[in-house]
Design a protein around this ligand. Structure first.
Ligand SMILES: *Cc1c(COP(=O)(O)O)cnc(C)c1O
Length: 389
């Protein structure tokens, strides 16, 4: 492998100078005809709200995830909020969330007036630790200020959380599981596909998620008729269908038709893209295992590989050295949620989250988008090896 030497790099087309973290332009070039035809169709029929493309993508999502209902929503965060609203969770209720995730997870809980209670994560999978969950539920019950109502595991970086342990505990504690699958559509756990792992699941179509729209979008997946009906009302101002009366409090929370057309074009190539991500992950793990802590995928699980995240000491220096070699990296997430100013009102001063603290200092995500070339993957691997040896 040619080392990236800035003076000669231009002479060697095999050694790419820069590897982008995301590359939506290459994906667009692949799907352009399908995409344009889909968007043109929406412009000509003009049903911008809940047009036929929304219904089609909802059916495709439900069948893809092995659930009865797919409901197109305005964003992933709105989907989480609507799941909480459908379950009538609000003031006086506690919802358990990981301390290491994107801020929307806890933010959605606080938005409905409930209390987010942070739970530490597992250092190998980055997902909620079921033992710590048991511990936080017991603490919350004995403090007696708020009532445990739900747990919201996150499938971080695309890997489904430990739903078997979490669901068992939830059943024992009589609390409901709301899956934050914003990053994990396409992921698989031993008991089934993402979407079918909890009574209600929220997905995001933010442009850089595994299945991304060209703007904000999301979905609710569920096999429960009562929850699906509630969410459908909530996303349309609390009305039933085209009825005039608000039956409950709602939102303007629909997936728009143009985004549904984008998603339909992308669904056609989604499984191929997941395969490409899986192959890149395998190459990284084989080549980098001696240089850094690589992501652990437990037996029987498949990640959607929204992100490929290493744990490395002196992370910021490593990141800079990779950037000098033309390898873009990502930091997800460098501040655990209990340190965010927005959540200060709900952080128990005595609670500690040692694993979340540690991983936040060590995580470093490598490019894993499906349009990486072999030369780019080689360049990422050689650069990480060089920087970490
Ligand atoms: C992206 C994301 C969300 C929010 O999704 P939006 O569509 O951006 O609102 C929520 N939770 C997690 C874990 C996410 O990664």
């Amino acid at each position: 492998m040619t080392p990236a030497n800035p003076k000669t790099a231009n002479l060697h087309a095999v050694a790419p100078q820069t590897v982008q973290f995301y590359d939506l332009a290459r994906q667009r070039a692949r799907i352009e005809p399908e995409l344009k035809a889909g968007l043109e169709a929406v412009l000509s029929h003009g049903q911008f709200i809940l047009g036929p493309e929304v219904e089609t993508i909802e059916e495709e999502l439900a069948s893809y995830a092995d659930v009865k209902h797919g409901i197109g929503i305005s964003s992933g965060r709105d989907a989480l909020i609507m799941a909480l609203m459908a379950l009538e969770i609000g003031p006086g209720d506690a919802v358990f969330v990981p301390a290491f995730t994107f801020s929307a997870t806890a933010g959605s809980v606080a938005s409905v007036g409930a209390v987010p209670v942070f739970v530490d994560v597992d250092g190998a999978t980055f997902n909620m630790c079921p033992d710590d969950l048991a511990h936080r539920i017991a603490e919350t019950r004995s403090a007696g200020k708020v009532v445990p109502r739900a747990v919201m595991p996150v499938d971080l970086f695309g890997l489904p959380a430990n739903y078997s342990a979490i669901s068992e505990l939830a059943a024992r504690e009589d609390i409901v599981v709301i899956a934050d699958a914003a990053q994990s559509l396409g992921g698989i756990a031993p008991q089934g596909r993402v979407g079918s792992l909890a009574p209600i699941t929220a997905v995001s179509f933010y442009p850089t998620k595994p299945l991304g729209a060209y703007g904000d979008g999301g979905a609710i997946l569920s096999s429960r008729d009562d929850l699906a009906e509630s969410v459908r009302q909530i996303r349309t101002h609390g009305r039933q269908g085209s009825g005039d009366e608000a039956l409950r409090l709602g939102m303007t929370g629909r997936l728009d038709t143009l985004q549904a057309a984008v998603l339909l074009a992308k669904m056609k190539v989604f499984d191929d893209e997941l395969k490409a991500r899986q192959q890149i992950a395998e190459r990284y793990t084989q080549s980098l295992g001696n240089f850094a802590i690589t992501p652990h995928i437990p037996e029987g699980y498949q990640s959607a590989w929204a992100l490929y995240t290493l744990r490395v000491p002196r992370r910021d220096e490593v990141r800079e050295a990779l950037s000098a070699r033309g390898v873009a990296t990502g930091l997800f997430y460098k501040i655990p949620l209990h340190h965010h100013a927005a959540f200060a009102p709900w952080v128990d001063a005595n609670a500690t989250f040692p694993v979340s603290e540690k991983v936040a200092d060590e995580v470093l995500s490598l490019p894993i988008h499906p349009d990486l070339t072999d030369a780019e993957i080689d360049h990422v691997i050689a650069s990480v090896q060089a920087v970490l040896s």
